[in-house]
Design a protein around this ligand. Structure first.
Ligand code: HEC
Length: 399
């Protein structure tokens, strides 16, 4: 497919994905918050409690309750299309960004594994579908009988995905596939469990029959899972902007730390501690996460300080030769690489000044991490990365 058309499709799908995702997550956060803050004082047996809110210039009075047949409202609002739209646009994005570009530009990386593009697509799809089926069957079978075992198996599944996928796919694609697995589980929970339970509830109300409380607790179980997956998933969605995570030598460990941190932060927001207790708990979790990340993403290098011996002086002409060979095929005003129409991210590395301007990013992308050249398409060697490293250490001089 023409790269320009793919770019437009990417933009449209991403925009939809972002908006639908914000609406889905926003709704679910609001309802979670409402649930935790309901005031049960003086309410009848069918009520879960009431809450008053102030927004946009007036008061809202919201009560959570079960309804008798004759109370069923004329109009009832459901919240389900946000999640379906998020999943569908996400699936399109996966295809547009990772499966369609020729040569699997973002999908495979010869530094990671020698898998072919076709096999990598099969592998990616199999992990998402297989992981979802594993999760769903686990909870269908064990959800009521042995919740602890089901939880352990789910953690095992996520752990296996976090450790296994980055050994096969390029770092960024690996992260996104773990995210797609979590997102598929979440949308699947809405589609296969939460919405059907609610449909049953509505039917029972309309018929005036007793509501099956088991249905309601079943929906609640799946919705708690979604709640804990939310923050880890949101990090993965923006992980593309942080090559220091997916591109580090510890891509899997970094992802694991961020998933645990995200779920913990969610947990502290869930349990209703008093303010004085949850603030330190949340701050503690965030600090632990940041410290871990710092070490994982090359922080040791910073702590070790400057090397004792003065850095070897590297002539700029040698640096420019390397950049010309390994980067400029893509990072030029008119790239020769057939998959690029314009310089990616508008980063052009043709003149000494441009190279100097991007020195910090060159360090992050090609020396500390190895996320550039993209999929190492231009076969950059370790010696060349070392040369760039020494040049940067010496102050990135142009002489
Ligand atoms: C095969 C094409 C290709 C080659 C070769 C290539 N890049 Fe990139 N580069 C990209 C693409 C695509 C992006 C945008 C996506 C991204 O940021 O990962 C990009 C983005 C960048 C960015 C901007 C994003 C940021 O993190 O600041 C920098 C800097 C960069 N590349 C540096 C390099 C360097 C240095 C080399 C050579 C060692 C190189 N690239 C070789 C395709 C390439």
């Amino acid at each position: 497919m023409d790269p320009n058309i793919r770019e437009v499709l990417d933009l449209v799908a991403r925009w939809i994905h972002l908006i639908a995702g914000i609406m889905w997550v926003g709704n679910s956060m609001l309802f979670n918050w409402l649930d935790r803050n309901l005031d049960k004082e003086g309410k009848g047996p069918r009520s879960f409690g009431e809450i008053w809110l102030l927004h946009s210039g007036a008061y809202y009075q919201v009560e959570k309750k079960m309804l008798a047949k004759e109370e069923y409202p004329r109009v009832l609002h459901w919240f389900k299309w946000q999640s379906y739209t998020t999943w569908i646009s996400g699936a399109c994005l996966m295809a547009i960004v990772y499966y369609m570009p020729s040569g699997g530009a973002y999908l495979v990386d010869s530094n990671v594994s020698g898998i072919s593009v076709d096999r990598a697509i099969d592998f990616g799809l199999a992990t998402i579908v297989g992981g979802f089926v594993f999760y769903d069957v686990t909870w269908r079978v064990l959800g009521k009988r042995n919740e602890k075992l089901a939880t352990a198996l789910t953690l095992l599944l996520v752990g296996a995905a976090v450790v296994g996928i980055p050994r096969v796919l390029a770092g960024r694609a690996a992260y996104m596939h773990v995210g797609a697995l979590l997102g598929t589980i979440m949308a699947g929970n809405v589609f296969l469990h939460i919405v059907p339970s609610q449909r049953e509830l509505v039917k029972a109300t309309q018929e005036g029959s007793t509501k099956d409380l088991e249905l309601s607790s079943h929906a609640k179980q799946r919705s708690i899972h979604n709640n804990y997956f939310t923050f880890p998933l949101l990090f993965i969605m923006v992980s593309n902007h942080f090559p220091s995570t997916y591109g580090s030598g510890h891509a899997a460990l970094t992802l694991a730390v961020l998933i645990v941190t995200g779920a913990l932060v969610r947990h502290f927001l869930n349990i209703r501690f008093g303010f004085a207790q949850w603030v330190p708990a949340v701050l503690g979790t965030i600090t632990a996460g940041i410290v871990a990340l710092f070490f994982l993403a090359g922080g040791q290098e910073v702590l070790a300080g400057k090397p004792k011996a003065p850095p070897e002086k590297i002539a700029f002409s040698r640096v420019q030769l390397v950049i010309n060979d390994r980067c400029v095929p893509c990072h030029a005003k008119k790239p020769v690489d057939p998959s690029m129409q314009t310089a990616p991210n508008n980063v052009v590395l043709e003149t000494p000044e441009q190279i100097k301007q991007y020195a910090e990013r060159i360090k992050i992308r090609a020396v500390v991490g190895k996320t550039m050249p993209l999929s190492n398409k231009t076969n950059m060697t370790e010696e060349e990365r070392g040369l760039l490293g020494k040049w940067l250490l010496g102050g990135a001089n142009l002489d």
